[in-house]
Design a protein around this ligand. Sequence first.
Ligand code: GDP
Ligand code: MG
Length: 387
Amino acid sequence: RSQMTVKELADAMDRPTQHVFDCLEQINFAIRSKRDSYIINKLDVITKIVQLSGFRYQMGGPQEIDFEKLELELDAKDDSRSKRPKPQATHLIRRPPVVTIMGHVDHGKTTLLDSLRGSHIVETEFGGITQHIGAFNVKDKNRMITFLDTPGHAAFSMMRSRGAKCTDIVVLVIAAEDGVMAQTVESINHAKSTGCPIIVAINKIDKVNEAQINRVKQELLKYELIPEEMGGEVQIVPISALKKTNLDVLKEEIWTQAEIMELKGDPKGLVEGYIIESTQDLHKGKLATVLIQRGTLMKGDYLVAGKTWCKVKYIYDENSQNLQKASLSQAVQIMGWKDLPHSGDEVLQVDTEHRAKEICDLRHKKEMLVKQKQDLEIIKKKRAEHD
Ligand code: GDP
Ligand code: MG
């Protein structure tokens, strides 16, 4: 019906009239008087109140919503990594390590990333300019390392809040002159909480002496980071990020650590990964960097992330090189997203466009349902205050 009195609406839902007044307040609908006989003559307002009250508006009157049941139904039709069959052990192959650089401000993280990346810029039609895509790959013969260059803390809060496991090894940068500082300790704790091994890079050795480097090593003992030379397991590499000293040693240590960890992945099967970051490009449109953790990504594949999806149109590396495919541990920028996914979103390949759309639809519905449930809670609370 397109018009009802407050009383009629309240009765239809088996609620007191005060409940209807609360809903009107909640949706900021001004009424001239608070009478039970007050006529609400807008259908959308009536529908909104019905929804707010946890009902579905249907022919023959409102029907109460069973939120839990609906949520379970939606979840059952959705897809997630945890539901997918785990790869068979025989399918697993060695994969490159994914590294995050952390440390106290001004200790040289950005300089180190730039120096590592600098030696790997390739000449491209864009003049060899590296694009910031949130990650880059460093190659050497047939070995590779993926460095995430989103701020270390961002990568880790993503890992902790969304369970996105997207780092294998942490390189902890400590300026030799300053030693362990507040954010150094924070970084150590971050790494420990996720179980990532730490490689320590004592930086700025171009401006300090041996004694200062040793002092840093001593300090590390307090945090249970025991250098190998002192009988522990932590690799310590003195470097100069600025002068590019010992960066090869650092890379070797990363490969050695990866070797010990026996990092493996499944190159077959449907692609799985995480969104590292996303951006709107003036020319290319919506782009998102995906860290590949399973499968091999090809052009034309369908991916879902959060509430959006993509048909992979182009795959780019950090040098804007157009790739045909991307494999395990590679972080690549993908063009073709309908909307911008969020960093930390789980990425899943699906078989068809239909299924991609279906999953997004389910997730939209789920979001609306959760919103509706929250609104209802607010109204219930208000009513409790009135009573
Ligand atoms: P971030 O805050 O950790 O990213 O630190 P930056 O990379 O921005 O470096 C902070 C400052 O330290 C900059 O002025 C760098 O030029 C300088 N710096 C970084 N690495 C070195 C190094 O190896 N030697 C020297 N002398 N200076 C460095
Ligand atoms: Mg920086």
